[in-house]
Design a protein around this ligand. Sequence first.
Ligand code: HEM
Length: 444
Amino acid sequence: MGQPFIILNSTTVAEELLTKRSGNYSDRPYSTLIHDLAGYEKWHIALLPYSNRWRAHRKHFHSSFRIREVEASREMILETTQEFLNQLESTSASPERFRGHIRSYTNKLITKFVYGHDQPMATQDPLISLLDETFDEFNENVFSKLFLVDVMPFLKHVPVSWPGAQFKRMALAHRSKLYYIMDRMYERLMSTITEGTAAPCVVTRSIDEAQQSDSSGTLSAEREQVIKGNAMISYVAGTDTSASILANFFLGMSMYPGFQKMAQKELDQITGTTRLPDFEDKPHLPFVTTVFLESLRWNAPAPVGVPHRAMREDLYEGMRIPAGAVVIGNISAMLHEAQHFEHPYEFNPNRFLVDAKGEIRQDLEALVMDVFGFGRRICPGRHLAMNSIWITIARVLATFDIAKALDKEGDEIEPQARFTVGITSHPVPFGCRITPRNGDVLAG
Ligand code: HEM
């Protein structure tokens, strides 16, 4: 409908436009259905236009998720990782269940970091299940579709009872469900604060900070809305993406047992097989780090990121980019550029090594960071994601062998490197055998 779309397939161009010129490319496309009717323009940081509201959300997000905060939460991350290892061990005989465990793990990690909520991984949190359902339903009904109201915004005024207003009924219902969940999740935490049992987390720290910075010691409604919105979006943006990288890792390890053995040998030399690896071991575990980097690169969880928008007309190498153009960073294409990553569709951690001494190629490591997007909109949850995924990979490798699943005849089933297509992407379902290799260390 006359809307220009520009797709950037190269990291060099994305760096120039989305990062160096990010003053012009940090806006998001606007949808009357999503932003206005479904209410996302009030709280959804990832889709907020480049505005003062976005700046307030981003500032809060940045201060809650910077490296310092993540490092201060290492104990919590390690405890949650241990629960994941225990889950894997208790169900190691049912290889098909490990994907569910990965998702329960990332759910728990984020909800504990943000809300201090300590839901045992083996159980379902009804609010989280409702949130998942609400988003799944909306994504299915809305994304990749064009609504007339987005072409003719005045249609948002049609009465809800009008037979053709299905779009409006659906958006308004979604909006009230999301506010219901956002409020319940927040209230659940507030009641633990009142009882004096709240665990320190992003929300408690944010409330304290907001109250301290306010001369009357109160939390303004505006600040509270930022805290509530950011807390919920952390779950939405952080759990599925992190689970996708961990699934890449399990797939890569089952397809390429040689790399798994190399990483385990390196780990055993450092830990002496008498303890679990820790964050401080990272500088001495370069091969484990290359397995982590390759798991990030192989299949991006958000293959085309979140669309950016040019606010003013621009010129790039003689090409005109009109004001209002939607500019998409094709992350998946960038992470498979053959000039940087030879045989890009193969899982090969060795590509990151300078030499046999284990020095990591800084240039390629920097390119892999494209998986988190660009410029002022770069993923603010990346430090939490990278720290938690790295330690999970190291501890899984230290304690388990990951092998191909077996068929009824006992023959190995060859897994395929196939990934789903969509706003987010994951390996298509596959089985693998996960067996403890170091029971004493696993028991802690
Ligand atoms: C491996 C895991 C993750 C990947 C691959 C990932 C990837 C991305 C990408 C590609 C973007 C869009 C950046 C752009 O517009 O250029 C993004 C934005 C975002 N991510 Fe992540 N993410 C991950 C984990 C997380 C986590 C753990 C959180 C929070 C707990 C998080 C919160 C966000 C938020 C709030 C935004 C929107 C930022 C904005 O628009 O200003 N992400 N992420």
